[in-house]
Design a protein around this ligand. Structure first.
Ligand code: AGP
Length: 606
């Protein structure tokens, strides 16, 4: 997820572009750049690091003059943060900024190199600049249209043509783009915050529609290049609300970003219906040869590992050991030379997790990192890295990172299952098809947030609370419990439902709140028995059950149904209401949802 901006008007563009990029840093901030017409040519200045680095570089050269330009703040997905991977990218007469993921960029890159184009970056975005340049003769619209017909993936593009002064071209597919409308000046941006200071009027292009933006004119074209008159909308948000996309908190915005984040992370890694991580540089042979897999992480990342264990052991029949990184590194772990380690970290900087990775490398086992921040320490030091393309996760409580980590773990599982012959190609394709249906089912669950909110309000005064589950539901219960604890400050614990009667059930008294997870049809009868055990002792029970599983009304006080999917994929869905439950409980209790007390987004100390 990156931020793009563009300005054309009577003012000097540089300061307006930088101001817009600063408002979009929540979309990514590992590098930034601008390209500005000076009346004769397009000048580009870009820099690794925060926006301040770019500002310093511009100051050092006396700034760029010109009244038309584009800018970009990056969240790296292809190509580590660096000066040369920063945007804008160019190809002779074409300069552009891009937000999105070009899924077939490697194929396109090979073709373009064969045609003599010289690449100066590792990014997927540069491919689009060369492709448009390939088709550009004198008609920018035709060149853009022809090039994008060959592109597969998502994009929001701001494009300048050297011989089309004072004009910005913009087009999107599945990545956000707005056209800011004013009298003597016009804008493009990934999101409204970048232009709110200058105008509240904007156009929302649909996928494939191309905007031709001049200072006193905006022309819109449909995908077939027929012109049309767009609707002009008015933004009624203040800046802070706009940066949260209209949501009250970044956490809620990120909960709602999960369908897109999961699709962007999984879809590009599916080739002919079968998962492949070869383009990620993963040595699938070494992974397949692993006699045991050690999943090592902290907090929510570790909880994703618990789900991965269930999937890998059930589907690929490979032994998996999940370890808390801070324990692993001091346990003198037993690691065999052909073992493999999967190191999970959203930030890629968690000290305990980084130390665990280094221990694995000292022992010579193959290490794969699942990381959301490109170029982070864990990403750099692991033998192989699989990036989760979730975009920046701003809220301290991890939500979308958890679901995309699970998404990658399912891909690893299916690759292992194929290698070990425990699933046929048809069975794998069926799993992939079901996995790609999950984002829409997530959206269905998100549409029921008000129902979950009612349950959260009912339990919001609890002093302690239990999360019960069996099998993969017990693994998920750990994440549900952590979410609630860390943002609402209610003490709660996840407990294996079948284990409760071995002591802890003594804590269940009249009114004890219990969240029961019953998403596994094969375990539903046992789970119903466990719910009855706590209900008969006075518990106040909210059950999250798989659609169609019979939970008698006298057994649970409240019931929320989870759409059907493959049993082992259910956590991708069931976690949504658990995240919402924690969120609305914390809001009701007046907690600082995005910045809970005592916590940091990345724990870079032991
Ligand atoms: C999760 O909501 C917490 N913020 C915390 O447990 C976090 O998952 C943990 O610190 C690991 O962080 P990482 O994924 O960046 O390594």
């Amino acid at each position: 997820m990156c931020g793009i901006v563009g300005y054309v008007g009577n003012m000097q563009a540089q300061s307006i572009l930088l101001d817009g990029l600063e408002k979009l840093e929540y979309r990514g901030y590992d590098s930034a750049g601008v390209a500005i017409f000076d009346g004769r040519r397009i000048n580009i200045v870009k820099e690794k690091g925060r926006l301040s680095e770019l500002e310093n570089k511009l100051a050092g050269i006396g700034g760029l003059s010109g009244t038309c330009g584009i800018g970009h703040t990056r969240w790296a997905t292809h190509g580590e943060p660096s000066d040369y991977n920063s945007h804008p990218h160019f190809s002779r007469r074409v300069t552009l900024v891009h937000n999105g993921i070009i899924e077939n960029y490697l194929d396109l890159k090979k073709i373009l190199i064969d045609k003599g184009f010289v690449f100066t970056s590792q990014t997927d975005s540069e491919t689009v600049a060369h492709l448009i340049d390939l088709y550009y003769e004198s008609d920018p619209l035709a060149a853009i249209s022809k090039a994008l017909k060959e592109v597969r993936g998502s994009y929001a593009l701001g494009i300048l043509f050297e011989d089309q002064p004072e004009t910005i071209y913009a087009v999107r597919k599945d990545s956000p783009l707005i056209i800011g409308v004013s009298d003597e000046e016009n804008f493009i941006a990934s999101d409204i915050p970048a232009v709110l200071k200058y105008t509240r009027q904007y156009i929302l292009p649909e996928n494939g529609e191309i905007a031709v933006v001049k200072k006193d004119q905006i022309r819109m074209y449909r995908e077939d290049l027929t012109p049309f008159t767009p609707e002009i909308l008015t933004a009624n948000w203040d800046l802070e609300a706009a940066q949260k996309g209209g949501f009250d908190h970044f956490m809620l915005k990120e909960i709602f970003e999960q369908p897109e984040a999961l699709m962007k992370t999984v879809s590009p890694r599916i080739k002919d219906g079968i998962p492949s991580l070869i383009e990620d540089g993963i040595d699938e042979e070494r992974l397949k040869a692993a006699g045991k897999i050690h999943i090592i992480a902290c907090g929510t990342a570790m909880h994703a590992g618990l789900i991965g264990k269930q999937a890998m052991e059930h589907l690929a029949r490979v032994p998996v050991d999940v370890q808390i990184a801070s324990e692993f590194r001091y346990n003198d772990p037993i690691l065999e030379k052909n073992d493999a380690a999967v190191i999970i970290s959203q930030s890629g900087e968690t000290a305990d997790t980084l130390a665990a990775l280094r221990l694995c490398k000292e022992r010579g086992i193959y290490t794969i990192a699942i990381v959301n921040v490109m170029g982070s320490s864990i990403a750099r030091e692991a033998d192989g890295v699989i990036y989760t393309w979730a975009g920046p996760e701003i809220a301290v409580a991890s939500t979308k990172a958890y679901t995309v980590q699970m998404g990658v773990l399912y891909l690893l599982t299916l690759i292992l299952a194929k290698a070990r012959g425990t699933l046929t190609d048809d069975e794998i394709r069926e799993y992939v098809k079901t996995l790609l249906q999950i984002p829409d089912q997530m959206r269905l669950l998100l549409s029921k947030r008000d129902t979950v909110k009612e349950y959260a309000l009912h339990f919001s005064e609890a002093e302690s609370l239990f999360f019960l589950g069996r099998g993969i539901d017990y693994a998920l219960a750990n994440e549900g419990s952590l979410k609630l604890k860390e943002i609402s400050y209610i003490h709660c614990e996840a407990y294996a439902a079948g284990e409760l009667k071995h002591g802890t059930i003594s804590l269940i008294t009249e009114g004890t709140p219990v969240i029961a997870l019953a998403t596994q049809a094969a375990l539903s009868e046992k789970m119903v028995s466990n719910i009855k055990e706590v209900k008969s002792r006075g518990a106040d029970v909210l059950t999250f059950a798989l659609e169609g599983v019979n939970i008698p009304s006298e057994v649970t006080d409240y019931l929320f149904e989870i759409p059907k999917t493959k049993a082992l994929l259910t956590p991708l869905l069931a976690v949504i209401p658990l995240q919402l439950f924690a969120y609305y409980t914390a809001v009701e209790r007046g907690c600082d949802v995005d910045k809970p007390r005592n916590l940091a987004k990345s724990v870079t100390v032991e």
